[in-house]
Design a protein around this ligand. Sequence first.
Ligand SMILES: Cc1cc2nc3c(=O)[nH]c(=O)nc-3n(C[C@H](O)[C@H](O)[C@H](O)COP(=O)(O)O)c2cc1C
Length: 139
Amino acid sequence: MRRIIYASRAVHDFTDSDLVNLLLRARAVNEDHHVTGMLVYSARSFLQLFEGEEFDVEVVWDRIRLDDRHIDLRVLQDGPAGSRQYADWSMGFEHVDAAELERTLPGYRASVAYPFVSAELVARADTAETLLSLYARRS
Ligand SMILES: Cc1cc2nc3c(=O)[nH]c(=O)nc-3n(C[C@H](O)[C@H](O)[C@H](O)COP(=O)(O)O)c2cc1C
């Protein structure tokens, strides 16, 4: 098992229908590859964790990296995983607004652009993991 957590910047504001389209496609592929995980979108930035068998994770990772709707991908964590954190989710999702993120992410100011790509978060995979699991519980 392998798990990757990364953050990226959306190239434009994603509407809810943009997000639904992205998720429909992502979930279908993830189901085929038995890849599970969680995606959060906030203030034009993405934070995503996905996990599965080594080969399947590589297939999905290639797809994610090739998608030109986001740029500036930063890997927070990439390595072996003992077990799945999101076993029942082909891709959980939450859209979190900046004010809400300010309440959940220590030290974050809503005026900061692209919150998930901030140097502080990129250096703190454990904080990112906690955030993802917090939002997953609400979904
Ligand atoms: C933020 C983000 C997250 C994504 N997550 C996944 C994912 O979990 N699984 C996947 O297969 N593709 C994922 N993708 C890639 C797209 O789903 C996929 O490349 C796109 O829909 C084009 O696919 P198609 O050309 O095969 O239709 C993601 C893309 C972005 C921008």
